[in-house]
Design a protein around this ligand. Structure first.
Ligand SMILES: O=P(O)(O)OC[C@H]1O[C@H](O[C@H]2O[C@H](CO)[C@@H](O)[C@H](O)[C@H]2O)[C@H](O)[C@@H](O)[C@@H]1O
Ligand SMILES: O=c1ccn([C@@H]2O[C@H](COP(=O)(O)OP(=O)(O)O)[C@@H](O)[C@H]2O)c(=O)[nH]1
Length: 735
């Protein structure tokens, strides 16, 4: 039976050695807490790091380690201290983490940690490959494993692979600064489906893929040579019932059954003469979480609204995290000092403004804090999602409580009823805190009602099932493509038909089919491979070889004029065959150039990288070297600008691959190809091409023709080949 393999750096449990025995503790962090719910409800295997390095346990303990992991359907990836240093503290958390959260000044790029990162991703791949079976689905998580999807794809090309990034994907301008940017993107593109928390992260990723790798993107599909990768946003939910039900039971507990923390909260904060409202914050101690800003904003609040002294208290839980990274150590000192200074400044005998815990707390204590706090104040500078915001709302069984949430969190996109603040605006935070502490109960209930409904509906289970459904759909699309793809059997079948036929005609597109695109069109000259292949085909008995291209007559004359192949240029305007001179296939003129050319030139002047190509009877505006977004925008603008002129002169616009071509209406590769069939009866008709202009040919040729599209794109052609190399593989079978 097929299974799902979840892979993340951290497993849902961490192993510790105590008195020579293995103990397990739950992992902290949103990825682990969220995915744990998915894992526990499905028959999946989770592969990741156990929290122990290879040096930390000996052979005697190994059996215990494996057993502890197996009990939770987990498999460990063996990592050494050096691996953890270079891969986890180094490249993951000293390079990728700050870069992806826009902390460029903290981002260090070191070749040695990059090398370790690559090596450790390979170690993960090796373990996955030991456990993967045909039909399994793989779900890779997060920035520590960006190279893994491609490493698995290389060894197991047919596996269904999903990838989810839990942190922001930064804008192209930030991402482009990292030297290994191409490798990172290529690694991720090994997946069939790539998921992000928000649409913004998704569009940043697509923009980076388009600009750095130059792949064609259609809506949210990335066209690779032989596969399609789908990209989408799936905002992660929480296990709503788990938090809501725990909060319900919590409310029903007698005094005796309450946890120590709850008893403390009641004694000091809720029941004494000096009752203070609680403002809660919970995060890992991370500079992205805006903890220092929050403390300063709280100080500003107490200065601005002194009436809250003694009446409000910040309860701040900061969970130790990545303590080996220097920036985290600095932050810890800064927070300690800030808390000390603010408490020193405002404390009274019966009231300290900040209760600060630097540790992690078990689930029951988190529930104590969530249910006892009137306000949650979460102020990250950047945060992929922020599950604490969702957990706080889900735990409010009484529907009371106010959430103040930074607009820089992924969660703020879906939690519009919360009070959304800019974490750098202390004035706004102070005013919002006052507003929250004074908010009437009816308003709190109204806001939370809406939030809870959404959290209940789009919970972590729904999030995971949506992701799997999308992965399945992507895989099915790919299957459809694979069915039409020319494999060795199909190649032989087509070649046999060719050999068995007595009259054959082959229509071959040039750019993108026989040769790859170049930055400047004049540089895409025919190679020896082009001539060798065409000569061989041309020498076959009863075979007519036609190059059919949008290229201008003069260039094709220069490149192929010395050969005897049939040449059709400018999308069917010109024909040259049987060694005769060029003749016009259609009645065309170019008098209209003088009205269109100046417009194209003015677009070229203000669109860096674009160029005008003047052919005998058509004009082409190329934007291959233009910034992709600008190119798309300007080509749409150009179409609108010349619309009227096009109609007046009986012209039409052909949209090729990064080119708009204006030509006399009615001239097309389809029409000219059909004309070539008029005088002779062929029993083998073949056409191959890569772009939109070839679709005319595929459409208009008779049904029995063998039509082949180069690259995985929408087409009416019968078959696909992946790339130019496969074009030659196919053509060389015809001999
Ligand atoms: O494993 P650690 O280095 O201890 O860090 C804990 C996790 O932090 C990050 O969590 C992210 O995922 C959350 C769920 O999607 C999201 O809400 C939050 O905004 C992110 O920061 C990290 O992405 C995980 O890989 C870590 O395990
Ligand atoms: O002592 C603690 C404090 C927090 N959490 C959990 O850690 C996660 C934090 O996730 P979030 O998305 O807010 O941020 P991350 O730490 O993943 O960046 C939440 O599920 C919390 O319930 C925990 O398990 N123990």
């Amino acid at each position: 039976m097929s299974k799902t393999i979840i892979i993340s750096n951290r497993l849902p449990l961490q192993l510790k050695i105590h008195d020579n025995t293995i103990e397990t503790v739950p992992s902290v962090g949103g990825l682990a807490t969220g995915m744990k719910s998915v894992h526990s409800q499905s028959d999946s295997l989770w592969i990741g790091w156990s929290g122990l390095t290879e040096e930390e346990f000996n052979l005697d303990l190994k059996t215990q380690v494996n057993a502890a992991l197996k009990k939770h359907q987990c498999v460990g990836v063996p990592l050494t201290e050096d691996d953890i240093e270079g891969f986890y503290y180094g490249f993951s958390n000293n390079t990728l983490w700050p870069l992806f959260h826009y902390f460029m000044e903290y981002t260090e790029f070191e070749k040695s940690t990059w090398e370790t990162y690559k090596m450790v991703n390979q170690k993960f791949a090796d373990v996955v490959l030991q456990h993967i079976e045909d039909g399994d689905t793989v779900w890779v998580h997060d920035y520590q494993l960006l190279l893994l999807p491609d490493l698995i794809r290389k060894k197991k090309p047919d596996t269904s692979i999903g990838f989810f990034l839990h942190i922001p994907f930064p804008s192209y301008e930030v991402f482009r600064t990292i030297p290994c940017r191409e490798d990172l993107l290529k690694g991720m593109l090994g997946a069939d489906l790539i998921g992000f928390h928000t649409y913004d992260y998704e569009r940043h990723f697509l923009s980076a893929v388009q600009r750095i790798l130059g792949h064609e993107i259609n809506f949210n599909n990335i066209h690779l040579d032989n596969r399609m990768v789908k990209v989408d946003s799936f905002p992660m939910g929480i296990d709503y019932d788990k938090f809501h039900n725990a909060a319900k039971t919590h409310d029903q507990k007698s005094n005796k059954e309450q946890t120590e923390i709850q008893q403390e909260i009641n004694k000091h904060l809720k029941e004494g003469s000096n009752q203070a409202k609680l403002i809660l914050s919970i995060d890992r101690l991370d500079y992205t979480k805006g903890i220092a800003n929050r403390l300063r904003a709280f100080e500003y609040f107490l200065d601005k609204y002194p009436q809250f002294k003694g009446k409000a208290r910040l309860v701040m839980l900061a969970v130790p995290s990545r303590a080996n990274v220097p920036q985290y150590q600095k932050l810890k000192n800064e927070i300690d000092q800030l808390v000390g200074r603010i408490n020193g400044k405002f404390a009274e005998v019966s009231w300290t403004p900040i209760w600060y815990f630097y540790r992690s707390m078990p689930f029951e204590n988190l529930i104590d804090l969530y249910t006892s706090s009137e306000v949650a104040l979460l102020t990250p500078i950047r945060d992929g999602m922020n599950l604490v915001a969702k957990e706080y709302i889900a735990s409010r069984v009484d529907k009371k409580g106010v959430l103040i949430l930074s607009e820089m969190t992924g969660a703020s996109n879906e939690m519009g009823e919360a009070l959304i603040i800019n974490p750098n605006n202390f004035e706004e935070i102070a005013d919002t805190l006052k507003f929250a502490l004074e908010m009437p109960e009816e308003e709190q209930i109204k806001r939370n009602n809406a939030l809870q409904k959404r959290l209940k509906r789009y919970n972590v289970e729904k999030w995971a099932s949506d992701f799997f459904e999308a992965l399945e759909a992507t895989k099915n699309d790919t299957k459809k493509y694979i069915l039409k793809k020319i494999n060795s059997t199909l190649r032989e079948e087509i070649a046999n038909k060719y050999k068995a036929s007595s009259k054959k005609i082959l229509f071959l597109d040039y750019d993108g089919t026989m040769v790859p695109f170049e930055k400047l069109p004049e540089n895409a000259k025919p190679t020896q491979r082009v001539f060798d292949t065409l000569d061989t085909l041309h020498q076959q008995p009863d075979t007519k070889v036609i190059i059919i291209t949008g290229r201008d007559r003069d260039t094709i004359q220069k490149w192929f004029g010395h050969k005897d192949y049939t040449l059709i240029t400018e999308h069917g305007a010109w024909l040259k065959e049987n060694g005769k001179d060029w003749e016009l296939m259609e009645r065309v003129d170019n008098k209209w150039f003088e009205s269109i050319c100046p417009i194209l030139e003015s677009f070229t002047d203000r669109t860096p990288g674009s160029l005008v190509e003047e052919k005998r009877y058509s004009l082409a505006w190329h934007f291959r070297n233009v910034d992709p977004d600008l190119g798309k925008k300007r080509s749409t603008e150009l179409k609108t600008t010349i619309q009227q002129l096009i109609a007046n002169h009986n012209l039409e616009i052909l949209e090729g691959d990064k080119v708009l071509e204006i030509k006399v209406s009615g001239v097309s590769k389809g029409k000219s190809a059909s004309k070539m069939l008029l005088d002779t009866t062929y029993d083998f008709i073949f056409a191959i091409g890569d772009d939109w202009t070839d679709e005319h040919m595929f459409k208009e040729l008779p049904r029995e023709a063998h039509t082949v599209k180069v690259g995985i794109k929408k087409t009416v052609a019968q078959y696909y080949v992946d790339d130019i190399d496969q074009v030659y593989q196919l053509l060389s079978a015809f001999k």
